[in-house]
Design a protein. Structure first.
Length: 131
């Protein structure tokens, strides 16, 4: 259920020109103590774009998230200068990979972030098929 994350997902799909549809998705909410990890999903067909998103409270500029293994980091964005414990700041990271065949996509743990502390976080994992 992406009810709390629809704006982010819709923004990602809009960026791709509207020539795509969502094939699979999952979200995970948590707090620090463990690195963010996008939950496992299962695609229903071949040739999917897999997108992993992590949002973490605090501006993690000095020690930003690194992409999950096998993914390419699209980018990190921060709401301010480095302030990992700031309650009013946040970090968002997006990474992607291609999946040529249908089937399971393993959970995708993010790296970096040795200063995550107990900050709230959310991860999103989606598979996009193109029309």
């Amino acid at each position: 259920d992406l009810s709390g994350s629809r704006p982010i997902v819709l923004a990602l799909l809009s960026i791709m020109g509207g020539h795509s549809t969502l094939d699979a998705s999952a979200t995970n909410f948590g707090t620090g103590g463990a690195l963010p990890s996008a939950p496992a999903i299962t695609t229903t067909g071949p040739s999917r774009l897999i997108i992993a998103v992590a949002t973490i409270r605090g501006a993690h500029v000095t020690n930003p998230p690194s992409a999950p293994s096998g993914y390419t980091l699209l980018g990190n964005a921060f709401t301010s200068a480095n302030n990992p414990s700031g309650a009013a700041q946040s970090t968002i990271s997006v990474a992607y990979k291609a999946k040529p065949t249908a089937g399971p996509v393993a959970a995708a743990p993010w790296g970096g972030l040795s200063n995550i502390g107990s900050q709230p976080l959310e991860t999103i994992h989606i598979a996009v098929k193109f029309a």
